[in-house]
Design a protein around this ligand. Structure first.
Ligand code: HEM
Length: 190
């Protein structure tokens, strides 16, 4: 039996390192996009490597890191969002249904941004895709697509951070601290 003030280990050390390294790499990639090419490329490779790691960890990782613990049916996401709007969302120990969907969208979006970036520079003989079939994709359209997706990802990040802040307030639980310590409150309540 757990007492009210007990906490459970939710985010393992790899998820926490993944998260804060990803947040930093995204910031660096964003700030270096216009002028600092080499820094921008390395931030992009870091994001690609982190997303690859997270997909693997989502299959073989610890309980709350696994996709099957936070990918919910659309019906569940919808009813969670309704609860959220009425400011009475159910409490989840791991990612809630809306948070889980956001994680998937972020991972897909980041993967496509990193991939289009690597395809763009492959035609100049740079990056891991140089010399591959993808080096034929050059020109303005791919640059525009890369930029559009990067802006879309930034929009997701803004929603992500807003969701974290609002959830923390509604549940009176510091989710940001939980992503640092790995610990969260175990019990479910409304
Ligand atoms: C200061 C900025 C940020 C804060 C405070 C923050 C906070 C958090 C928190 C608290 C969680 C856990 C949510 C939960 O309890 O369900 C989380 C998860 C996550 N965040 Fe952030 N985040 C930030 C920036 C970012 C950025 C920039 C990205 C991506 C570019 C990002 C991507 C993710 C992902 C993918 C997860 C899922 C973690 C996992 O299960 O591996 N975050 N974030």
């Amino acid at each position: 039996m757990t007492k009210g003030n007990d906490s459970v280990q939710v985010w393992d050390i790899l998820v926490r390192i993944f998260h804060w390294t990803l947040a930093m790499a995204f910031l660096v990639a964003w700030l270096s996009a216009e002028e600092l090419d080499t820094l921008h490329y390395w931030a992009g490779y870091t994001i690609a490597a982190l997303v690859t790691f997270r997909v693997i960890w989502g299959v073989i990782g610890t309980h709350y890191a696994r996709f099957n613990s936070f990918v919910f049916r659309w019906k569940t996401v919808k009813s969670y969002l309704k609860e959220f709007i009425s400011l009475k969302p159910s409490h989840y120990v791991g990612h809630n249904p809306a948070g889980g969907l956001m994680v998937i969208l972020l991972l897909i979006s980041l993967a496509v941004v990193a991939f289009t970036g690597m395809a763009m520079i492959a035609s100049d003989g740079l990056g891991p895709l140089a010399g591959s079939w993808f080096s034929q994709f050059s020109g303005e359209w791919i640059e525009d697509f890369h930029e559009l997706l990067a802006n879309f990802t930034l929009g997701l990040v803004v929603f992500h951070i807003a969701g974290v802040v609002v959830s923390s307030i509604i549940h009176k639980e510091n989710l940001i601290r939980a992503m640092i310590t790995g610990k969260k409150r175990p019990r479910r309540f409304r």
